[in-house]
Design a protein around this ligand. Structure first.
Ligand code: NDP
Length: 472
């Protein structure tokens, strides 16, 4: 029988859709699943693509079905199951075969797995995939980390199945070992900030202006025609317009306000902190999800303090314009932070991450895809690219035009008692970032006062102590 081009383990939501996508692009694919019967059922459900699907009932059968050197995608629940699959694959694969973890791995695990396989003859690829179920089926954004040689072996299949932005594939090799999974983690961190800011704007429209979902939906739909055009704004408009079939009420009104999370947002914040790169909007978004989960405590606190959320009396049209620009400014700050974290990691781990390529492969297929990423790709691609997106000329212009609106919105929200943690963190970051003389001179004085930590003077080199007599 003709050998398969590639193998895949894990026929869950993502794995089955990726496998169909691969088959649709003309590649024969061998598949295996822990619940073994799923492989045959998957082929049976694959319709016209069934001819290109080779169901396997053991890993040995899977290895036998693939043309060497064999690339095998693992798309199972992240963590221990991935280590178990790698261990089992070691028994059936041979030299030059490539194990690809396409789940949402912590990049530290990817670096470890890469090292563990070194010297075994097998190579490892850590591959971030974004786009959810739909993306996996019809074109995700694919972020690859591993050796360049192993990327070359799978480049054809991965670029074929990836999303395309004006014909350009949204799949790329980004660097060694954990580079791909790190970039996917930061993608998700930015996604958290993007979603949180949209939710904060929704909160201002709902509670500050008293608008219902059906009135808010066209506002987002309108914004999706402008500079905010993006997948998340588009689906927000659709979500707000949808009704619950059981009750006939708007779906958003019957959904409990408790957000879930699986860990990538938290990881992006931990890595930002480890690298010493401020990512305040992402941090605020992760914290907001945690606070959202504390429903009972929030209800108890509302009884004690009363709910915030007073009405905003500004004229609606002017406020809507400000809200749109506030979201734009907040978004730019959040992306600036995310890219700064990637630049920091690139230096720390000697990855040489190509920031323009990252912006390019996020333009289609992934959850944060947006028109603005095309401008970011261009901004980072220019020679002598700015260290921070906030310093790239095109974004300087946008930020200058938009930050006064962000300021007005954050001030109005604060006065009305409406929580806007991500937007206000973005504003505080912007204000601190552009403040040539900050207030940390006082912090240095305090540190020297209680800990004799010393400080630098503005008028002389070296370390100095204050007139308070050293450590107290
Ligand atoms: P699903 O829950 O739909 O599928 C999980 C798959 O993992 C199943 O095939 C399951 O097999 C298998 N599995 C679970 N435990 C084990 C184990 N111990 N050993 C072997 N196989 C196991 O998950 P998804 O497809 O949604 O997610 C897969 C990965 O992709 C995760 O890392 C996820 O974070 C990531 N991801 C998910 C996205 C999404 O939108 N859902 C987007 C991007 C990445 P069985 O049929 O036997 O239960």
């Amino acid at each position: 029988m003709e050998k398969a081009e590639i193998g895949l383990i894990g026929l869950g939501t993502m794995g089955s859709n990726l496998a169909l996508n691969i088959a649709e692009k003309g590649h024969r694919i061998a598949v295996f699943n822990r619940t073994v019967s799923r492989a045959d059922a998957f082929k049976a459900e694959a319709g016209a693509l069934a001819d290109r699907i080779v169901p396997c009932h053991s890993l040995a059968e899977l290895a036998e079905a693939i043309r060497p050197p064999r690339p095998v995608i693992i798309m199972v629940v992240a963590g221990k199951p991935v280590d178990e699959q790698i261990a089992a694959l070691r028994d059936v694969l041979s030299a030059d075969d490539i194990v690809i973890d396409a789940g949402n791995a912590n990049f530290h695990d990817t670096v470890r797995r890469f090292k563990e396989l070194e010297g075994s003859g097998l190579t490892f690829i850590g591959m971030g995939v974004s786009g959810g179920e739909e993306g996996a089926r019809h074109g995700p954004s694919i972020m690859v980390g591993g050796t360049e040689e192993s990327w070359r072996r799978v480049e054809g299949v991965l670029t074929a199945i990836s999303a395309k932005f004006k014909g350009e594939p949204c799949a790329a090799w980004l660097g060694p070992d954990g580079a791909g999974h790190f970039v996917k983690t930061i993608h998700n961190g930015i996604e958290y900030a993007d979603m949180q800011m949209i939710a904060e704007i929704y909160g201002m429209l709902r509670d500050g202006l008293g608008m219902g979902p059906k009135q808010i939906a066209p506002v987002f739909a309108g914004w999706n025609e402008g500079r905010l055009a993006s997948y998340l704004i588009e689906i927000t408009a659709k979500v707000l317009a949808a009704d619950d079939p059981q009750t006939g009420r708007p779906v958003v009104d019957i959904i409990l306000d408790r957000a879930g999370q699986k860990g990538t947002g938290k990881w992006s914040v931990i890595e930002a902190q480890q690298l010493g790169i401020p990512a305040t909007a992402i941090e605020a978004a992760v914290a907001a999800r945690v606070l959202s989960s504390m429903k009972d405590e929030r209800l108890a606190a509302e009884k004690v303090y009363g709910a915030g959320g007073g009405r905003i009396s500004e004229p609606r049209e002017a406020l809507l314009k400000d809200l749109e620009l506030a979201l734009l400014a907040g978004k730019i700050a959040a992306y600036a932070q995310g890219f700064a974290v990637m630049a920091g990691a690139s230096k720390e781990f000697s990855w040489n991450l190509p920031l323009p390529t990252i912006a390019r492969i996020w333009r289609a297929g992934c959850i944060i895809r947006s028109q603005m990423l095309d401008q970011m790709a261009e901004a980072f691609g220019k020679g002598g690219a700015a260290a921070n997106l906030l310093m790239a000329p095109a974004f300087v212009e946008m930020m200058k035009a938009a930050h006064p609106s962000l300021r007005r919105i954050v001030a109005l929200a604060a006065e009305a008692g409406l929580p806007v943690p991500a937007l206000s963190s973005a504003l505080a970051y912007f204000d601190a970032y552009r403040q040539g003389r900050g207030t940390s001179n006082l912090i240095q004085a305090q540190r020297d006062f209680f800990g004799a930590h010393g400080f630098e003077r503005i008028d002389a080199p070296g370390a100095h102590h204050g007139p308070w007599g050293g450590g107290q």
